[in-house]
Design a protein around this ligand. Structure first.
Ligand SMILES: NC(=O)C1=CN([C@@H]2O[C@H](COP(=O)(O)OP(=O)(O)OC[C@H]3O[C@@H](n4cnc5c(N)ncnc54)[C@H](O)[C@@H]3O)[C@@H](O)[C@H]2O)C=CC1
Ligand SMILES: O=C(O)C1=N[C@H](C(=O)O)C[C@H](O)C1
Length: 276
């Protein structure tokens, strides 16, 4: 059967930023497989081997009719959404371009500093941004559970967040760990900044009551495991999520892209998209 989606201008056109990355490849395949959208652009960093190649052929598959470019402005012309799982610098640079083009900017990139987030926020008076450190349904549900448990238990329960990721991950703690930490802090009625304790080393002194500790493990090909531990006297409650397939994140990102089309300018997250 002939696939006529590429000719259907009513189907949202999606651009993948960081097309050669672990998530970029996954996202490209997911967009191509979806009947609800079409792939209209693929962007990579200047100097990437993929520039000038067809996005499908560069990934070792069939041609997709989309040539990878370093020119985000050109790639976004006529698109409805761009899905961006790249680096903080690339994401911050793309935000005003997407807003100017009227293209929904779905951001999965983690490791963003408060200044990076402020720069992204600055375009949301005119652009639609959907940003989450984890796009999976399970983790976003876990955030809600974490908030509730933190609210229900007093400070005699110590909160610790442990995350494990593959050896290539460059940021720590993970975006997901920070989301879970923010949910726990919200449950406790404080900003996370006031409670945050980074990985411990050396003579750290006893644990401060009410603090939220973070530990990061890196190794092998672990896609992403997270635990929120509530440790009390004589008992522990452990909320846990394990990702076993990156398509999980891609599914969430595609959902966010479709959800964002036609929304009023603003900074949204996956709780908005999933209605949680
Ligand atoms: N929110 C979520 O659900 C998830 C978020 N992530 C995050 O997504 C990000 C990417 O993760 P991976 O795919 O594993 O990394 P990766 O390193 O495999 O891919 C990043 C890609 O971005 C490209 N890139 C860098 N600068 C660019 C620029 N200026 N223009 C266009 N492309 C550029 C790189 O060349 C690379 O291909 C990380 O921050 C990671 O933590 C990953 C999985 C799920
Ligand atoms: O870099 C990754 O791989 C992942 N990053 C996200 C994070 O920082 O939480 C989401 C997921 O855990 C995979």
């Amino acid at each position: 059967m002939t696939d006529t989606r590429a000719d259907d201008s009513t189907t949202p056109g999606i651009v993948i930023m960081g097309a050669s990355g672990r998530m970029g490849r996954m996202l490209t395949a997911a967009v191509v497989a979806s009947p609800a959208m079409r792939l209209v652009g693929a962007v990579e960093r200047p100097g990437s081997d993929w520039i000038g190649q067809d996005a499908g052929e560069a990934a070792g598959g069939a041609a997709l009719g989309v040539v990878v470019t370093e020119d985000a402005d050109a790639a976004l012309a006529g698109a409805q959404a761009v899905i961006d799982f790249t680096t903080p610098a690339a994401t911050v640079a793309l935000a005003p371009i997407a807003a100017q083009a009227g293209v929904v900017h779905v951001i999965g990139t983690t490791g963003l500093t408060p200044d990076d987030i402020a720069a992204i926020d600055a375009v949301t008076d005119r652009g639609v941004v959907v940003r989450a450190g984890n796009m999976s349904l399970g983790v976003n549900l876990l955030m809600q559970l974490t908030r509730k448990v933190a609210q229900a238990l007093d400070e005699s329960f110590d909160i610790e967040i442990v995350e494990t990721h593959h050896r290539h991950k460059v940021d720590a703690p993970s975006g997901t760990a920070l989301m879970l930490g923010e949910a726990a802090a919200e449950g406790r009625g404080h900003p996370l900044d006031d409670l945050y304790v980074a990985a411990r080393d050396g003579i750290t002194g006893a644990r401060e009551t009410g603090s939220i500790g973070f530990s990061a493990i890196r190794g092998g090909d672990v896609i992403g495991d997270h635990e929120v531990i509530f440790a009390g006297e004589g008992e522990r409650i452990i909320l846990s999520h394990k990702a076993s397939d990156r398509t999980l994140f891609a599914r969430g990102a595609l959902k966010a892209a479709l959800w964002g089309v036609g929304k009023a300018p603003g900074h949204y997250d996956m709780l908005d998209v999933l209605g949680l």
